[in-house]
Design a protein around this ligand. Structure first.
Ligand code: GRF
Length: 234
């Protein structure tokens, strides 16, 4: 294992399908200088904990229900995460709101994946809201976590078509498959040094990112930038 590889901690609450994608495409990829050094959940039954164990990755649970308040919970959560000495903290389906104090402790090296084309639809029920509005496209965004929910600088998005017979579940499944390509790709940008994280102006290849990050589509099962400009920068 390359000792200089990026140390990643993953924080989650549930199933962990994005964690699985990160394990396959980052942790186990020979060409990405990064490894997942720990997975922390706030629910003992989180499927992501079992996935971490199966992959031989250190895992821990800090059950929020065992604490009297958010700050007591976060104090233990932060200590547990800091013990892993992460260079990057990835939220992957973490379903608790974090206080500004916690966010500032890890900023700007804490990212989240959100199931909408931000700035549209921060918060919950994103797929139902996109369908209700009659959008032709939905998608997911990877952004820097800042104290305001789902509002930090967007690094990259993936655009997914809405099909005529979609319901929220069908759309969610299509978006989630695209998330599994986007999150590992952005993580690999950080690992390779292409992406400089900043809570205001992140830079890719030395240039400030556009306000909505780099847009992508999925073509033949692969992630492709929508604009040719970013195809040549590898
Ligand atoms: C994903 O839809 C992600 O966008 C959101 O939480 C969900 C996590 O899913 N933040 P999984 O646990 O990775 O399957």
């Amino acid at each position: 294992m390359n000792p200089r590889s990026l140390r990643i901690a993953v924080l989650l609450s549930g199933r962990g399908s994005n964690l699985d994608a990160l394990i396959q495409q980052v942790h186990r990829a020979d060409d990405v200088p990064a490894r997942i050094v720990g997975v922390v959940a706030n629910r003992p039954g989180a499927g992501g904990l079992a996935r971490a164990r199966a992959a031989g990755i250190t895992s821990a649970c800090v059950d929020h229900r065992a604490f009297s308040g958010r700050e007591a919970f976060e104090a233990v959560l932060a200590t547990t995460l800091e013990a892993l000495e992460p260079d990057l903290l990835l939220l992957a389906g973490f379903m608790r709101i974090l206080t500004p104090g916690f966010v500032e402790r890890f900023s700007p090296r804490m990212l989240n994946i959100h199931p909408s084309l931000l700035p549209d639809f921060p918060g919950l029920d994103t797929h139902a809201r996109a369908l209700q509005r009659g959008d032709a496209e939905a998608g997911a965004s990877v952004h820097v976590v800042t104290p305001e929910l789902d509002s930090g600088p967007v690094l990259a998005r993936v655009r997914v078509p809405v099909e005529p017979d979609d319901d929220p579940q069908r759309l969610e499944a299509r978006v989630r498959a695209a998330e599994h390509l986007l999150y590992p790709a952005v993580t690999a940008w950080v690992a390779s040094g292409r992406l400089e994280l900043d809570a205001r102006t992140p830079r890719l290849d030395g240039r400030p990112l556009p306000p909505q990050g780099i847009d992508h589509r999925v073509e033949e099962g692969r992630l492709r930038p929508c604009s040719r400009e970013h195809e040549d920068s590898d």
